[in-house]
Design a protein around this ligand. Structure first.
Ligand SMILES: Nc1nc2c(ncn2[C@@H]2O[C@H](COP(=O)(O)OP(=O)(O)O)[C@@H](O)[C@H]2O)c(=O)[nH]1
Ligand SMILES: Nc1ncnc2c1ncn2[C@@H]1O[C@H](COP(=O)(O)OP(=O)(O)O)[C@@H](O)[C@H]1O
Length: 199
């Protein structure tokens, strides 16, 4: 048993606070984390940088990469909007000796856990209520009313997957959620686990 680089997965309905928690953990050098940059089928929007925010592949290239079996996991998260984790991204970060942290949807998160059961901790971020999700998304001002409605509509199905995760962090009081996230991740990355890469 060794202390191998790990996968730290944060999944949640949109607006629950996973990006906020992931960003907080990335500031903690002792956790030795690197963010997994996902591939997206859409083009970059203003201000977004290819290879930093996402690898913006475009739909044609994304589908080619699916056919080439280049993804560890991918999902059509919203209609015609594909997101996925490229195998080479995780290999790149593990090659640097980093623990890889993911901000991905619930289906993708559970898929990674199944692929690497020992090396992954799957964390579900639970909002106080679905109503609160809507309030947070409105306040965030990054989505149109239509997009918010689409995300909120999906939230109940996503909430139902929570029991399948290793840990549920309720994000009501943000400081308490940050503290629990830190403690959970710190403990897991120092744990000795057997290699399950082939499973
Ligand atoms: N399965 C999967 N989901 C992802 C991945 N990357 C991002 N997502 C999810 O896709 C959804 C859309 O992301 P979001 O940042 O809200 O949308 P954006 O405005 O297109 O960047 C969120 O639920 C993310 O967690 C990935 O690599 N795999
Ligand atoms: N505990 C909290 N209380 C109030 N607002 C929060 C809390 N956690 C996050 N937020 C805010 O809610 C919005 C959604 O959080 P974000 O991290 O972007 O969620 P996600 O990545 O899950 O979509 C952001 O504007 C964030 O600042």
């Amino acid at each position: 048993m060794e202390v191998l680089p790990k996968l730290i997965v944060f999944s949640a309905p949109s607006g629950a606070g996973k990006t906020t928690l992931v960003r907080h953990l990335l500031t903690k050098e002792e956790l030795n984390l690197a963010f997994s940059i996902s591939a997206a089928s859409r083009e970059a929007r203003g201000g977004e940088i290819d290879g930093k925010d996402y690898y913006f592949l475009g739909i044609k290239e994304f589908k080619n990469r699916i056919r080439a079996n280049d993804f560890l996991e991918f999902e059509e998260v919203y209609q015609d909007q594909f997101y996925g984790t490229l195998k080479q991204e995780v290999e790149r970060l593990w090659g640097e000796g980093k623990n890889v942290i993911f901000d991905i949807d619930v289906v993708g998160g559970l898929r990674l856990k199944k692929k690497f059961p020992n090396r992954t901790i799957a964390i579900f971020v639970k909002p106080p209520s679905i109503n609160e999700l809507q309030i947070r998304l409105k306040k965030r001002k990054t989505e149109t009313a239509e997009k918010i409605a689409m995300r909120v509509a999906k939230a109940s199905t996503e909430m139902a997957t929570a029991p399948q995760f290793d840990v549920i962090i309720k994000n009501d009081d943000l400081d308490a959620a940050k503290e629990l996230a830190y403690k959970t991740v710190h403990e897991f990355i120092n744990k000795k686990v057997s290699n399950d890469e082939e499973e």
